[in-house]
Design a protein around this ligand. Structure first.
Ligand code: CA
Length: 398
């Protein structure tokens, strides 16, 4: 416990954190001591990957840069976002026209319509959450999250309302994140990027480079770690993140896992805990794309900052994350799947508890940039390929 309580901002934070650890006591008792996640980090560099075999069947093609998908209950279909700003429903093999009621998005560069998630009570509320990039009147962009109800005939999102805006707006097109995940209490985690404004990831008065936790209606939970430390933003759960494009709830522990792009090298997986600093840009295993060191970087591990749970020295450019806990493919149980954009593969990490014990690379033959990966209610793994003519594929072991 001692190491977890080291905190750079000193005295008052200590007391707050301690109180928070006590509040989290129940959760920690269920998920094991917080040090467990750190154990691998000391030697957390990626394992030597092996090539695995998997088969990809196209479910649907003709999607323009699809970014995320969400399975509706029963046989109601699959919602799919397309980065230029369209939301479609795939049902009975047919792709719908773009749904109405979707917000206008900033669709340049890495922006656009990004993640989609269903409310935990979707069957009653029909609420759909969207994460996207939007632009202000000065021409700067940031991430926003909103929600609306899926119309009875599924042709539109009705009553869309924004529940979160990344402030201030600082992006000229890069690093919006974003992934949306509900935890078991029904709170919403929003995994963000730092808008390619490196130092902001350490600024607690800004929402760049943060993991945020909100109630489903967008209000701030009273037990968020910085609620009584203005000017720190009360929405913040953890900080020091670069560009998070993967997040999923671990089905065995109920904890949120996230991942983020490093610069050149240093893509990493984290298990972010309340109030902690995940290092960027002071602690990183990466370098600039030019090959030069990151100006703010003090090393790959820096005191008071959390080391990654798992880190790749060479960046696969990771996006999308799904734990596999289904019966359909027993050989894939206890796995974590992650898409790779640059490496054009599907990464399978074998888990023993929280520990990653093997890394396998799948779908090299498909040669596609993999933007999202999810496990369907049918126990199949599904991926979206990022391309002007991208598609949804169903993946099985060979
Ligand atoms: Ca980090």
């Amino acid at each position: 416990m001692k190491a977890k309580l080291q905190f750079p901002s000193g005295g008052p934070a200590w007391a707050r954190r301690f109180r928070h650890m006590v509040l989290l006591g129940g959760l920690l008792a269920v998920s094991g001591p917080p040090m467990a996640a750190q154990a691998q980090a000391a030697d957390g560099l990626a394992l030597k990957p092996s090539a695995g075999k998997a088969r990809a069947e196209q479910v649907v093609g003709g999607l323009e840069h699809p970014w995320a998908l969400a399975f509706l209950p029963g046989d109601a279909g699959i919602l799919i976002t397309e980065q230029p700003g369209r939301l479609r429903l795939l049902r009975n093999g047919e792709l719908s026209a773009p749904l109405g009621g979707v917000p206008k998005v900033y669709a340049r560069s890495q922006g656009g319509l990004l993640d989609v998630a269903l409310a935990p009570d979707f069957s009653d509320s029909r609420r759909v959450y969207l994460g996207y990039a939007e632009q202000d009147e000065r021409g700067r962009a940031g991430t926003a999250v909103g929600r609306g109800r899926l119309a009875a005939d599924a042709s539109a999102i009705e009553g869309f309302e924004v529940i979160f805006r990344q402030e201030p707006k600082l992006s000229s097109g890069a690093h919006f994140g974003v992934r949306l995940v509900f935890d078991r209490q029904g709170d919403l985690f929003i995994a963000l990027g730092e808008n390619n404004q490196r130092p902001t990831a350490q600024d607690l008065d800004k929402l760049q480079g943060k993991l945020v936790r909100l109630r489903a209606d967008g209000s701030v939970p009273e037990d968020n770690p910085f609620v009584s430390q203005p000017p720190a933003r009360p929405e913040i759960w953890s900080y020091g993140h670069r560009n998070q494009q993967g997040a999923a709830l671990n089905p065995w522990t109920g904890e949120l896992w996230t991942h983020e792009h490093g610069p050149r090298g240093g893509d990493e997986i984290n298990i972010p805990r309340a109030g902690l600093n995940y290092g960027w840009p002071i602690a990183t295993h990466g370098r600039n794309y030019s090959g030069m060191a990151i100006p703010e970087a003090q090393g790959s591990e820096v005191g008071g900052m959390e080391p990654p749970h798992y880190v790749w020295a060479d960046s696969p450019a990771i996006s999308g994350m799904a734990f596999y806990d289904a019966d359909r493919h027993p050989e894939w149980r206890n796995s974590l799947f992650i898409g790779a954009l640059k490496d054009r593969e599907l990464i399978r990490l074998a888990l023993d508890g929280d520990r990653i014990v093997a890394e396998e690379r799948l779908l090299a033959d498909l040669g596609a940039r993999i933007r999202d990966v999810r496990v369907g209610p049918d126990g199949h793994v599904y991926v979206l390929t990022d391309a002007g003519k991208g598609g949804l594929f169903r993946i099985s072991p060979e």
